[in-house]
Write a protein that binds this ligand. Structure first.
Ligand SMILES: Cc1cc2nc3c(=O)[nH]c(=O)nc-3n(C[C@H](O)[C@H](O)[C@H](O)COP(=O)(O)O)c2cc1C
Length: 385
């Protein structure tokens, strides 16, 4: 069976191992443009040995952002700052990926640390005005949030074109992997979910109808993204709300995505309002990655409270998923990947730091030999004297 730090090839793209840094919004861009913070933030994970890093949910249009601070790719000025980060990732042997997104009825909100709710007078006073949102039906995510416009076919065409245009810009920035954000209650997932989608036309009702628009977007994206580069789709494997999207629905959807040429399903969950059945525990979403992998016969990524090297290795070795993605654990320890590789013994016997950045490995190997020789750590009492 493959191991966590074995290489993997998707189409013509070789990824140095099966670890992923999951997309994480930093809500720190200006007009969708990334800055030095993002270079350092992503750069740490590239130095830290991650195989594939996804840049955070990147709005395909201004109205598709969650907050005013989201990353965006709706104009050409946004390409160069992304390219700078992509170049850094490539220089450090990490595969650059980008998640393209439209927030739908969950757009136009505060940053999480500002409350995460509808924009208030406080944000409006500093120029962060709310905007009109769109969704499958005119039902607000929360009574205090903007009521979305129920999309007509022209709105759908626009979103599709926005995804295509953003993908073309992502290519110019040098990305190797694209991920369509189809999870967490944002636009494309809200079409799939019977909780958010109450349409009575060809885009609502049966699962076939609810899948229609997200599949059209996926097809347009696949047609745009070069045949030698892989495409991921992040799904909410279940809504986890009574009457919501189920794992059986997700398997049926993954089978359709496979026909389009999607390479990997990134298996998350949740995002619709209501009493949830989802109770996060270590690896709680792994069973979805396993079920989709087995029953739709497609590669999957597992994510959610994967924190230990051996836990991650077992997911790969047991064939539950083809990739393991980390979010908060990577924030906590950007060098998690290189440390995990050492812990699992998938390293050069002579210098277990040889996969570390060249600027570090020489010194860390020396440090190890010195510590081994001393065979102890300084005693706290001695240091306090
Ligand atoms: C700060 C932060 C930002 C996130 N932003 C995104 C995002 O842009 N797109 C997405 O699909 N998921 C996003 N997520 C969810 C993570 O990608 C991941 O699925 C989730 O945190 C579970 O993994 P973990 O237990 O390793 O943190 C975010 C999570 C965090 C903590």
């Amino acid at each position: 069976m493959p191991k966590l730090f074995d290489k993997i090839k998707l189409r013509d793209v070789e990824i140095r191992n099966r670890t992923i840094v999951s997309p994480m919004c930093m809500y720190s861009a200006t007009d969708g443009i990334l800055n030095d913070f993002h270079l350092v933030h992503i750069g740490k994970f590239a130095l830290g040995g991650a195989g594939l890093i996804f840049i955070e949910a990147t709005g395909v249009s201004p109205e598709g952002r969650i907050t005013h601070g989201d990353s965006g790719l709706w104009n050409d000025d946004q390409i160069e700052p992304l390219k700078r980060i992509v170049d850094f990732m490539k220089a450090h042997n990490t595969t650059p990926g980008i998640q393209l997104a439209h927030a739908g009825r969950k757009a136009s909100t505060q940053r999480p640390w500002e409350g995460g709710g509808a924009l208030t007078e406080k944000e409006i006073a500093i120029g962060e005005k709310p905007w009109a949102t769109v969704g499958p039906s005119a039902i607000a995510f929360d009574p205090s949030w903007v009521v979305p416009k129920a999309m007509d076919e022209r709105d759908m065409e626009k979103v599709k074109n926005d995804f295509v245009a953003a993908a073309k810009r992502a290519l110019k920035a040098g990305f190797e992997v694209v991920e369509m954000h189809n999870a967490h209650g944002y636009l494309l997932q809200s079409f799939l979910s019977p909780i958010a989608n109450r349409r009575e036309d060809n885009f609502g009702g049966s699962l076939d109808n609810r899948m229609r628009f997200p599949l059209e977007v996926a097809q347009a994206l696949r047609d745009t993204w070069p045949a030698d580069k892989p495409m991921f789709v992040r799904v909410s494997s279940i809504d986890g709300v009574e009457g919501g999207f189920s794992i059986e629905d997700a398997i049926a959807y993954a089978k359709e995505l496979k026909k389009i040429g999607v390479d990997v399903i990134d298996c998350s969950s949740g995002g619709q309002p209501g009493k949830t059945t989802i109770h996060p525990d270590f690896g709680y979403q792994v069973p979805y990655a396993k079920a989709i992998r087995e029953q739709a016969d497609i590669k999957t990524a597992a994510v959610g409270l994967i924190v230990e090297a051996h836990q991650a290795q077992k997911i790969i070795e047991d064939g539950e998923a083809d990739f393991v993605a980390l979010a908060r654990e990577a924030l906590n320890e950007p060098f998690w990947f290189l440390h995990a590789q050492q812990e699992l013994g998938q390293v050069d016997e002579k210098n277990s730091y040889s996969d570390w950045p060249q600027q570090y490995s020489f010194w860390l190997d020396k440090r190890k030999h010195t510590l081994d020789r001393l065979n102890s750590k300084p005693k706290v009492e001695a240091l306090q004297k």
